[in-house]
Write a protein that binds this ligand. Structure first.
Ligand SMILES: C[S@@+](CC[C@H](N)C(=O)[O-])C[C@H]1O[C@@H](n2cnc3c(N)ncnc32)[C@H](O)[C@@H]1O
Length: 273
C-alpha cells in the first residue's frame, strides 16, 4: 500500500515489478504497515477464507504473499495447507522465518511455506490447488490478465479464486497518484470492479460475488498517517531517505480519493468452471 520510489512510470513491466517487490521489502514499509500489507487485516482475510470455502486440509495458493500473514492465518485458523508465492526474495525469506517461529513451517495440513515466483508465471503445475487467494496484489501486476490466467490454470476445476483489492475509478484518479509510487502503493493501476470482472472473464473464470469494504482502505490510510507521524516525531532513521512532505501529500490525496468515492476496496470471488 505504500512506498516512496520517485519519478514517472517506467515503461518496462519487469522494472515495475522489481520496484514493487523492492518497495515492499524496505524497513520503512514494515514499520508503517506492520504484519499485514492489505486493508482489512486479519478480519478481512477471515472473511475471504469463508467466501472461498477454505476448510481443513484444503490446498491453497496465496499469490503475492508478502510478509506471509494471510497464508499463516489460513494454516493456523482453517487448517489449510498453504503455499505463498512472492516476487521478493527478502519477503519470502522473512515469511519462511516467521512461519518457522510460529511453528507452522512445512508442507501438509495446517502448514505453510513460501517460494519466490512471479504471479504472471506461477511455479506450479496445472490444476494443483483447491483455492487461490491474493490480497492487495492484482492491482500491482502489470499484466493482470496473465496473472488471472495463471490463477485459473493452477486451480482445480470447480475451485475458487478470491481476491481482496483496491478498486478505483481511473478517470477520476488524482495525477499525483498516477506515477510509479502510486503504482507501488496499489492505486495507479487498480481497476473498477467491472474491470476485474472482465479480467476474470477473459481468463475463463466466472465471478461469483463482490463485496465492498471501502472503509477498510480509509482505515488503513489513517493508520499509515498516524505511524508516519509517530516515526517523524521519534526522528526515526527509517525515514532518512524518505521525502516526508511528498509522502504526507500523497497520503492526503489518497484519503480524499476514498472520501470522494474514487478509490475503495473489494472482496471478489470467482470460480473455475
Ligand atoms: C501490497 S503487498 C500485499 C502482500 C500480501 N498479500 C498481504 O496482503 O500482506 C503486494 C505484494 O505483491 C508482491 N508482488 C508484486 N508483484 C509481484 C509479482 N509479479 N509476482 C509476485 N508477487 C508480486 C510484492 O512483493 C508485495 O509483497
Amino acid at each position: 500500500m505504500i512506498a516512496e520510489p520517485n519519478g514517472s512510470l517506467p515503461t518496462e513491466p519487469a522494472e515495475i515489478k522489481a520496484c514493487c517487490a523492492a518497495g515492499y521489502q524496505s524497513d520503512v514499509v514494515a514499520l508503517i504497515l506492520g504484519e499485514s500489507y492489505h486493508p482489512g487485516g486479519a478480519a478481512l482475510t477471515r472473511r475471504l477464507a469463508g467466501a472461498v470455502g477454505v476448510t481443513d486440509g484444503c490446498e491453497v495458493l496465496d499469490v503475492a504473499s508478502g510478509p506471509g500473514s494471510t497464508a499463516m492465518l489460513l494454516a493456523r485458523e482453517f487448517r489449510a495447507s498453504v503455499l505463498g508465492v512472492d516476487l521478493g526474495e527478502g519477503a519470502v525469506a522473512q515469511a519462511n522465518r516467521r512461519a518457522a517461529d510460529a511453528g507452522v513451517a512445512g508442507r501438509g495440513t495446517a502448514l505453510v511455506r513460501f517460494e519466490v515466483g512471479d504471479a504472471e508465471r506461477l511455479p506450479l503445475p496445472d490444476a494443483s490447488v483447491d483455492v487461490v487467494v491474493s490480497e492487495c496484489a492484482l492491482c500491482t501486476f502489470p499484466d493482470k490478465l496473465a496473472a488471472a490466467a495463471e490463477m485459473a490454470r493452477v486451480v482445480r476445476r470447480g475451485g475458487r479464486i478470491g481476491i481482496t483489492d483496491v478498486v478505483l475509478d481511473p478517470d477520476r484518479l488524482d495525477p499525483e497518484l498516477a506515477d510509479l509510487a502510486g503504482w507501488v502503493a496499489c492505486l495507479a493501476d487498480a481497476r473498477p470492479v467491472e474491470g476485474y470482472q472482465a479480467i476474470f472473464s477473459s481468463a475463463g473464470l466466472e465471478t461469483m460475488s463482490v463485496e465492498r469494504h471501502d472503509q477498510a482502505l480509509g482505515d488503513m490510510i489513517d493508520m499509515i498517517d498516524a505511524r508516519i507521524t509517530a516515526l517523524a516525531m521519534a526522528k526515526s532513521t527509517a525515514l532518512a531517505d524518505v521525502d516526508l512532505a511528498s509522502l504526507r501529500r500523497r497520503v492526503a490525496v489518497a484519503r480524499r480519493a476514498v472520501a470522494d468515492g474514487v478509490a475503495g476496496y473489494a472482496l471478489m470471488v470467482a470460480r473455475r468452471p
